[in-house]
Design a protein around this ligand. Sequence first.
Ligand SMILES: [Fe+2]
Length: 325
Amino acid sequence: MASSSTIATQCLGYTPIPVALLTAEEVPAVDLYRKDAETGRLRLYRAANLPMLPEDLQRLNETNINWLYATDIDHGQMQRFIRRKLDFMIRDETLSLRDRFGRLNLVVEGLLASAFESNDTDDVIRSAGSISAMAVRLLCRDDMTAGDLISLLHHDYQTVTHSLNVAYMMVALARDLRLVGNDQLPAVAVAGILHDIGKLSVSERILTKNDRLQRREQRIAQKHPALGFRRLGKRTDISFAQLMVVYQHHERTSGKGYPVGAVGDEIHPWARLCSVVNVFESLISNRPYRGRYSLTEALSMMDQHLSDGLDQEMYQCWKQSIRKK
Ligand SMILES: [Fe+2]
């Protein structure tokens, strides 16, 4: 499946509208643009005063055009339209749970990519909040196992994709561990979406480098938890637990993590939760310098040494969760 985030990130200043949410009966009355496949530029596709016919939508689907775009002038209207349609879609019992989650994931990846691209913390947190509430509704169903969830995720290397995957996995693991009440799961998901927000302050060249990072570059990359902490530290809409996820998700109970080498219980439980799935998610996703590992390979590597310094109870629970049918 093509990465929606790749598409959205090339259209900064426009709101991506998922074609999957459009119907001939209900198309927002705004100018809609489509991206030229060759040049990557946006061209007017449909003026606001023209109808959208069923055959138009069919043609878009047949040509694999998954996104149209509206100018930022219409941003608020578009966001409301998308949220309303998404809300309707995730309640649609005529679609299978897998189908609904797959569609939701595709759409929210694009929305979140757009918010990350804007580098606007308010926008990222607002998007994270609405995405989390919708995702948790599907993730909390008894017929959605962690194994199912993993089979539905994208595995390209984008901070946005990684952040969403980690968020979903944190919810699945927190639920299985009964770490928090169900009413707290959306807050856990928000923490997962935000855990790498400090990377917005690290150069893209370092984050996407194909070769091994030099020591100086590694030191810069490892500043992202502290940079994230600084970005969110004074906000009143972020809880202490969420902030600790951002700051401590690379700490290890052995004291060998960063940024400060905290040990054992000094690391917040939500941050320990994040660490377990963060390592796992990184292994099963593609990286600029290697392909993804299978679930079996990833667990075997974690068993051998990569789970050292992770919360072992949480890690064992995660293994059980993803093997559960
Ligand atoms: Fe990180």
